[in-house]
Design a protein around this ligand. Structure first.
Ligand SMILES: Nc1ncnc2c1ncn2[C@@H]1O[C@H](COP(=O)(O)OP(=O)(O)OP(=O)(O)O)[C@@H](O)[C@H]1O
Ligand SMILES: [Mg+2]
Length: 316
């Protein structure tokens, strides 16, 4: 990967004693769609917020997050804000968070383009064109609406339009379809799949739907208890999962993996206490293959140029 848009090295994020993200390294290249998958509480949203420099003030991040070669962790808040307004954009689970309830959609979409050297009329026309692009039926009318007057699916389309208008180098979507019903979810997935054709930046999609990953992503990072426990191409992860956690997720019902409504299957047991994570493998307590060795920190076993797993039991 010669030209990574995003390069994260050994990122850890704590909220006081809670070690939400622990030593995560990952990358995303131009034109690539990368998925981050894992069960509730494993640190996906904390990671996503860190990537855009939006963790709450109580969070402490260490490690490196380079976006187009510039280290976000080392930046001042003002520099991070500038980067967010320009090179990085985020689509949230709840699209209301992207908008101001007391301004019309049109006013906000014009405002989001404050850096563009265009007249107001040109910005409005560009906003209407982008709303049409994401499938809003009457873009001119939508521009005059307040966000709460739109349906959930329309709002999420508008949020995606707002993010794309910035032409970000990195687009991060945290559970972009979770709040939607199955039909809307299918439509938004279809839209994201279309967009990946003409978006030349990198896209990072965070989800607990395995189907979303299969439909949209090139590569996947599987997270467990704040760590990346396996990474690989979609093909490697779906057809040759090596970490027992990934294997458990995938093996539950392979026939349904392609079904976009599929959610992460439940594996017996719970995530470890993140205020005191085990020194060895974090999954050992739930793992059917665990041995005494798993009390030691697991090695990162490299399986191919794109595939690696954090496990004592995995053989190259
Ligand atoms: N603002 C916060 N203050 C303290 N702890 C937090 C905060 N946000 C998250 N956490 C804790 O950090 C851990 C990771 O949470 P996070 O929201 O990143 O997980 P997630 O994978 O996004 O989960 P979900 O799938 O439910 O969205 C959890 O233990 C959570 O309770
Ligand atoms: Mg989350």
């Amino acid at each position: 990967m010669s030209d990574p848009v995003l390069q994260v090295r050994d990122l850890s994020v704590r909220y006081g004693p809670v070690q939400a993200v622990r030593g995560v390294s990952l990358s995303a290249a131009r034109g690539e769609v990368v998925g981050i998958v894992g069960e509730s509480g494993c640190g996906k949203s904390t990671l996503a917020s860190a990537l855009i420099g939006l963790n709450p003030p109580s969070a402490r991040a260490t490690g490196q997050i380079a976006i187009e070669g510039r280290d976000l962790v080392a930046m001042t808040e003002a520099e991070r804000r500038a980067l967010r307004g320009d090179r990085v954009a985020m689509v949230f689970q709840d699209p209301m968070t992207a908008f101001n309830p007391v301004l019309t959609l049109g006013a906000q979409l014009v405002d989001f383009q404050h850096r563009a050297p265009l007249t107001k009329a040109e910005k409005r026309a560009r906003a209407a064109a982008m709303l049409a692009r994401v499938g809003l039926p009457d873009p001119e009318l939508a521009l005059t609406r307040y966000v709460h007057e739109l349906s959930g699916g329309m709002r999420q389309r508008a949020a995606i339009a707002a993010a794309l208008m910035m032409q970000p180098a990195l687009l991060i979507a945290d559970e972009p379809t979770t709040a939607l019903d199955v039909t809307m979810e299918a439509q938004i997935l279809h839209l994201l799949r279309e967009l990946r054709r003409d978006h030349d930046g990198a896209i990072v999609i965070i989800t607990h739907h395995l189907g979303v990953v299969g439909e949209l992503c090139d590569r996947v990072y599987v997270m467990y208890a704040g760590q990346v426990v396996e990474e690989g191409t979609v093909d490697e992860i779906y057809h040759d999962p090596r970490h027992p956690y990934t294997a458990a997720l995938i093996s539950c019902d392979p026939a349904h993996i392609a079904d976009r409504a599929e959610v992460l299957p439940t594996i017996p047991g719970r995530l470890p206490d993140l205020t005191d994570p085990p020194a060895g493998c974090a999954f050992a307590a739930r793992c059917t293959l665990a041995t005494q060795r798993c009390a030691e920190p697991p090695p990162r076993v490299v399986l191919s140029a794109t595939h690696a797993a954090l496990c004592h039991e995995v053989r190259p």
